[in-house]
Design a binder for this molecule. Structure first.
Ligand SMILES: Nc1ncnc2c1ncn2[C@@H]1O[C@H](COP(=O)(O)OP(=O)(O)OP(=O)(O)O)[C@@H](O)[C@H]1O
Length: 677
C-alpha cells in the first residue's frame, strides 16, 4: 500500500528525481530489470556517470514505473530467503555488498524506504534495484557484480553530463583560487575571521577540515570531499555582506542545494568512532571539534532537513548528540531528526542562555564539554512529570514569538490574526466555487516555503504543471509569458525552494495520500502539506455512504497525521451549501460539530456581500485555536502576477467577536497605527 507513494513522490519536482549519491562521479543507470523485458527505470548509480540534469522545461512530468511499497519485515524475509546475512542497524539493515569482492563490506538498506547504498562503491538504488541485483548475481553465477558486469546495464544521460561538467569546472576554479588561512597575511586573516565570528578558530582547525578563503569575495570555502577517494564532489561558499549595519550571511552550494549532500567533517572522522555531535552549520562543527576533539559533523542544509541518503554514514555511531542551534526551530528539528536516527541513541542540546549555538559557546568561553554532557536523552516515556516538562514550558514562554510560528511575508494581516504558521496544526480553508481558493492558497504556502518551510503539495484538481505555473508567476511577481528570456533565471531560483508535489490527480484513496505524506515527511522533512481539495478523496471512500460522515472521517485522518508528525496540514474543502445572499460560515463546511473541532484554524475566502469591487475578496479567520483571535481583512487581486499580497501597505484587519461567525457592524475595528488619524 505504501508503494504508491514512491511513484508519486519520485515523479514530482526536481528534488524528487531519483536521489543522487552523496558522492559525485556516479551515474544513473537504467534498471537491471531491463533484462527481463520490464520497462527500464533510472535508479542505480554506478561509477563514471556525471550528475543527472534535473528538471528544466520538463518540470513535473510523471515518470512511468510503479514501485511497490516495502516494509522492514518484507525486506528481512527476502534477505533470509536468499540466504543473505544481515545485521539490524539503527536506521538501516547492514548486508554484505553484492558490488564488491570483499564480503565484509557493508551495503545499507534503509528500513523505512528499502533504498540502498553501498559505501564502498557509492552505488545506490531502490529496493527493487537491490532485488534485481541479487537476481543478476544469481544469473551471472558470480560472487559479486563487478563494474564490467554492470556496464551492460547502464544508461547514458547527456543532459546530466552538461550540468556536471559545468559544476566540476566551477568547483575547480573556486577551489584552486581559494587559499589556506595560514597563507593569508595575519591582518587579512583576522579581518576575514572577524566577519564570520571565527576569530577563536585556529588556522590549524580550518586546515584540518579543509576550509579555505576565497579572497575576491572574502568567502569561506567548505569542501565536500568524496568519502571514498577524497576527491572534490562540490563545495559550499559562505559569504558575508553588510546591510544597514547588520551582517547578512549567504550560502552558495555547488552543486545546487537540492543535490548538495555533504556531511561536512566526514573525512576527518575516524571509521571506528562511536560518538558524534551533529550541528547545523560548518562553523559550529569547527568550534566543537576544536574545543573537545570529539567527532563532529555538520548537516548540508542545516536544521531544515536530514536527507535519508545520509543515514548510512551515521550507522557507525552508537551515540549521537544533536546540537542544531539556539532557537526553537532548531530544537523542533532536533526532535524530528532524532526520530529518524533512532531515538535510543540520540541526545539533544536544548537551546537556552547557557546553551547557545556551539560557535557562540566557544566565543563566550563556555565549557563545551560540560554542555555536551548535559544533553538530554531524546527517547522519553509516555508518562512524564511536570519536572521533566518545566524546561520545555519555560522555553516556550521565553520564545513566545517563535512559538507563534513562521510569519507570512506577504500577508501581515494573517500574522495579526493567526500570529504565525505552526507545525502540527490543521487548517481548513474554504470559499465559494471559483472564488480563487487555489490561487490564494498557492501564494499563502509559497510565502512560507520561501522562508524555508518544507512544503508538499497535493493538487488533485489542477495538474502540477498548471499549479507550478501559477506558483512561479506568484514567485516572480510578473507574467513570464512576455519575458521568456527570464524563465531560466526564475526557474533556477524556484527549483531551489524546498517544494515537493504529489503526482496524484483526480479521485484518490485517502490511505494512499496519507502514506505518501508519511513518506515525504521521512524523506524531505516536510512540515507543511496542502491538500487541494478534499472532495477528490470522497469518491473513493466506500466506508461511509453519507458524504459528510466521510468528510469528517478524512478531516480526522488529517488531524491525526498533523499531530503524529508535527506537520501542518492545510486542507481545502468546498462548502456544502452556497447561498448567494450569505457569507459562508464554519457550519457551511462541516458535516458535524466533531469535524469542526478537529481543525485548529478555519479560513474562509469570502467573495459575496463584503465585495466592494470587481475581483475583491476578503479572507476571514473564522477559527483560531492558538490564541482565539478571529477577524477579516480584504484581499486585493493583482491579476497579471496572480497575487493577493498587500501592495498598499497594511490592510485593515477587522477583529471579530469570537462567537460571531460573520463580520458585523458591531465588530470592533482595529486599524494599524499607520492608518490611525
Ligand atoms: N480575486 C480574484 N479576482 C478575479 N479573478 C480571480 C481572483 N482570484 C482568482 N481569480 C481567478 O479565478 C480563476 C479561478 O481561481 P481558482 O482556481 O483559484 O478558484 P477556486 O476557488 O480554487 O476554484 P474551484 O472552486 O473550482 O476549486 C482563476 O483563473 C484565477 O486566476
Amino acid at each position: 500500500m505504501q508503494r504508491l507513494w514512491v511513484r508519486c513522490i519520485r515523479c514530482v519536482v526536481p528534488h524528487l528525481s531519483p536521489q543522487r549519491l552523496p558522492a559525485r562521479g556516479y551515474r544513473l543507470a537504467s534498471c537491471l530489470r531491463k533484462q527481463d523485458g520490464r520497462s527500464p527505470r533510472k535508479a542505480i548509480q554506478v561509477p563514471g556517470e556525471p550528475i543527472r540534469r534535473h528538471f528544466k522545461k520538463g518540470l513535473l512530468t510523471v515518470l512511468d514505473g510503479s514501485l511497490q511499497p516495502v516494509t522492514v519485515t518484507e525486506i528481512r524475509q527476502y534477505l533470509r530467503s536468499k540466504n543473505v546475512s544481515f545485521r539490524d542497524g539503527y536506521s538501516c539493515l547492514h548486508v554484505p555488498s553484492p558490488f564488491t569482492p570483499e564480503r565484509d563490506t557493508c551495503l545499507f538498506i534503509d528500513k523505512t524506504t528499502g533504498r540502498f547504498l553501498c559505501k564502498a562503491t557509492l552505488l545506490e538504488g531502490s529496493w527493487e534495484d537491490f532485488q534485481d541485483s541479487m537476481e543478476l548475481l544469481h544469473k551471472e553465477g558470480c560472487s559479486y557484480l563487478s563494474p564490467d558486469i554492470l556496464a551492460g546495464y547502464l544508461a547514458e544521460s547527456d543532459s546530466d553530463s552538461a550540468e556536471a561538467q559545468l559544476n566540476d569546472s566551477e568547483v575547480r576554479r573556486i577551489w584552486d583560487k581559494a587559499v589556506w588561512f595560514s597563507d593569508l597575511g595575519e591582518e587579512e586573516a583576522e579581518l576575514i575571521k572577524a566577519m564570520y565570528n571565527i576569530t577563536k578558530i585556529a588556522n590549524s582547525t580550518l586546515k584540518k577540515f579543509g576550509v579555505k578563503c576565497f579572497q575576491p569575495t572574502k568567502s569561506l570555502v567548505f569542501p565536500w570531499y568524496n568519502p571514498r577517494d577524497f576527491s572534490l564532489n562540490g563545495l559550499k561558499l559562505l559569504s558575508a555582506e553588510s546591510h544597514k549595519q547588520k551582517i547578512h550571511y549567504t550560502e552558495t552550494t555547488f552543486p545546487r542545494p537540492a543535490r548538495y549532500y555533504n556531511l561536512f567533517g566526514l573525512c576527518v572522522s575516524g571509521k571506528k568512532e562511536t560518538e558524534v555531535v551533529i550541528t547545523n552549520g560548518e562553523v559550529d562543527c569547527l568550534a566543537i571539534h576544536q574545543s573537545t576533539g570529539v567527532t563532529t559533523l555538520a548537516l548540508p542544509r542545516g536544521a531544515s532537513c536530514l536527507p535519508p541518503v545520509l543515514l548510512p554514514y551515521l550507522e557507525q555511531f552508537k551515540r549521537i548528540i544533536l546540537w542544531l542551534g539556539d532557537d526553537l526551530r532548531s530544537w523542533e528539528a532536533s526532535k524530528l531528526f532524532a526520530r529518524k536516527l533512532n531515538m535510543k541513541r540520540c541526545s539533544l542540546i536544548r537551546p537556552g542562555d547557557k546553551q547557545p549555538s556551539p560557535l557562540q559557546a566557544l566565543n563566550d568561553g563556555l565549557n563545551i564539554t560540560k554542555i555536551l554532557k548535559a544533553s538530554l536523552p531524546a527517547s522519553h516515556k509516555s508518562i512524564i512529570s511536570f519536572r521533566q516538562l518545566r524546561e520545555e514550558v519555560f522555553g516556550q514562554l521565553e520564545n513566545a514569538d517563535q512559538v507563534a510560528g513562521v510569519k507570512w511575508a506577504r500577508f501581515p494581516e494573517l500574522n495579526k490574526l493567526l500570529k504565525g504558521h505552526r507545525k502540527g496544526e490543521l487548517t481548513v480553508f474554504t470559499g465559494p466555487t471559483g472564488s480563487g481558493k487555489t490561487t490564494f492558497i498557492s501564494e499563502y504556502a509559497l510565502d512560507l516555503c520561501i522562508q524555508g518551510v518544507n512544503t508538499l503539495w497535493g493538487s488533485f484538481e489542477i495538474n502540477n504543471v498548471r499549479l507550478a505555473k501559477i506558483m512561479l508567476t506568484q514567485f516572480a511577481l510578473q507574467r513570464l509569458e512576455e519575458q521568456l528570456d527570464k524563465y531560466d533565471e526564475w526557474a533556477d531560483r524556484f527549483e531551489d525552494l524546498p517544494l515537493y508535489f504529489m503526482t496524484f490527480h483526480g479521485q484518490q484513496n485517502i490511505k494512499s495520500v496519507i502514506d505518501t505524506m508519511q513518506h515525504a515527511v521521512y524523506m524531505y522533512d516536510i512540515t507543511h502539506v496542502i491538500i487541494d481539495n478534499l472532495q477528490f478523496m470522497m469518491g473513493q471512500e466506500n466506508l461511509y455512504t453519507d458524504r459528510f460522515a466521510a468528510q469528517d472521517y478524512m478531516v480526522g485522518a488529517f488531524r491525526k497525521f498533523a499531530t503524529d508528525n508535527n506537520c501542518h496540514v492545510t486542507v481545502v474543502i468546498h462548502p456544502r451549501k452556497e447561498d448567494d445572499d450569505k457569507e459562508l460560515q464554519t457550519s457551511s463546511i462541516f458535516g458535524s460539530a466533531k469535524a469542526s473541532q478537529e481543525a485548529d484554524n478555519v479560513l474562509i475566502l469570502q467573495d459575496r456581500k463584503l465585495v466592494t469591487g470587481p475581483g475583491k475578496r476578503h479572507l476571514q479567520v473564522a477559527k483560531n485555536r492558538f490564541d482565539g483571535d478571529v477577524g477579516v481583512f480584504s484581499l486585493e487581486f493583482n491579476k497579471p502576477c496572480l497575487s493577493f499580497a498587500s501592495t498598499k501597505g497594511k490592510q485593515k484587519v477587522k477583529k471579530l467577536n469570537k462567537d460571531a461567525e460573520t463580520p458585523s457592524s458591531k465588530a470592533s475595528e482595529e486599524t494599524p497605527a499607520k492608518n490611525k488619524k
